[in-house]
Write a protein that binds this ligand. Sequence first.
Ligand code: HEM
Length: 162
Amino acid sequence: MLTMQEIKNHYYFTDTDAELLKELFPLAQSKSDAMVEDFYTYLLKIPETAVFLREPKDLARLKKTHAEWFLSLFCGRYDNEYMLTLQSIGQAHVRIKVSAHYVNAAMNVVRRFLIEMLQANFPDISVRRKYRIAVEKILDINLDIMSTSYQEEELRRVFVSH
Ligand code: HEM
């Protein structure tokens, strides 16, 4: 199993990237309600994902959970504990049987939201580029760790069926 340091190395994720993401925290915080609205508008439009979001009480709790995850992208500390949290987030979706396809597609919604947020707030292209590269790396790392849970579940099923 890879350590978080190895994963970061494979994505050329440096301490500078961590600092850049941390700098974005206040901006991301001010936009987190809007991000969650986009995220849920998207998930509620697709019948296969909307079924997971039926209960209004659950919806408020889940929105909070997804907003907290969004903000954790900008926490500035990406260690083994961070990796374990992402593994357990991946496992939560495997457990309730959200297809990996929708997790990937939802990540694309977050990516687009963040790229537009940077576009609107950093007119200087070289500054914006630094932030965009750091954001892309942390989103890809998140997706990588979460999808490993799906691959592990696939392997488990193959072993159990033989
Ligand atoms: C739970 C993040 C995509 C539905 C969670 C949790 C997090 C999270 C942090 C809490 C996990 C825990 O309690 O340990 C994400 C991220 C996604 C994503 C980062 C992709 C970018 C989706 C999609 C759906 C979904 C596509 C489909 C509707 C849920 C539900 C739960 C949940 C229903 C509650 C699971 C439970 O009750 O155990 N998600 N999520 N998520 N997510 Fe997502």
